[in-house]
Design a protein around this ligand. Structure first.
Ligand SMILES: [Zn+2]
Length: 198
């Protein structure tokens, strides 16, 4: 069962989106509170890192479901990190409903911490996030550079890399997609890479 869950979730935490998890928890999206149906319902089992599992506990019992397209998690919640270090991860709820509000609050706690210990954990998470975003921005810069020089071959190769970075299998996908989405020119250039392979 664990193998299938790791495979289904691409070994990524469903909440913070870090990948290559070395320590994993099976998370009940809806807290089971000893209800056996919820406890063993496959659709209620999610893969999470210990930091997120602990942060969520059963305090957040009505969050959006990232595996259901109609929940539109990516539209409802905007995630952004800029000018790291010494800046908070920005979590914006784009809708006013309770589930969106709760999910945004949880994600804010996950990325920015609450207690001193949780803040330390969050810092280690955001340094991974920062490295990924930096690499992604380098890819975008190199692409624009290649485009300026009309280097078709290099453009092709970079488009593949950028496309890969935007796929669900890649870590912190939501942040990278928002980098594209929030800017009309970037969206025109790379927006069509989102759907490949989904
Ligand atoms: Zn996590």
């Amino acid at each position: 069962m664990l193998d299938r869950l790791v495979d289904d979730f691409k070994n990524k935490c469903y909440l913070c989106e870090q990948d290559k998890l070395t320590s994993i928890n099976i998370e009940h999206r809806i807290p089971h509170r000893d209800d056996v149906n919820l406890k063993f319902d496959w659709n209620n089992l999610f893969l999470a890192c210990p930091h997120c599992n602990n942060m969520k506990s059963d305090k957040y019992d009505n969050i959006l479901n990232c595996t259901v397209k109609t929940d539109e998690v990516e539209d409802r919640i905007k995630l952004k990190l800029d000018s790291f270090p010494m800046s908070e991860v920005e979590v914006v709820a784009n809708r006013a409903d309770e589930r969106t509000r709760q999910t945004a609050e949880l994600l804010h706690a996950i990325y920015n911490g609450t207690t001193p210990m949780k803040t330390k954990e969050a810092e280690s998470l955001t340094s991974k996030l920062d490295a990924e975003i930096y690499q992604f921005q380098q890819q975008l810069r190199s692409y624009m550079e290649a485009k300026k020089h009309g280097d078709e071959e290099e453009m092709q190769s970079l488009r593949r890399k950028i496309g890969y970075s935007l796929q669900k299998t890649s870590p912190f996908t939501s942040f990278k997609r928002w980098i594209i989405r929030e800017n009309p020119k970037r969206n025109a250039e790379f927006g069509n890479l989102f759907e490949v392979g989904e």
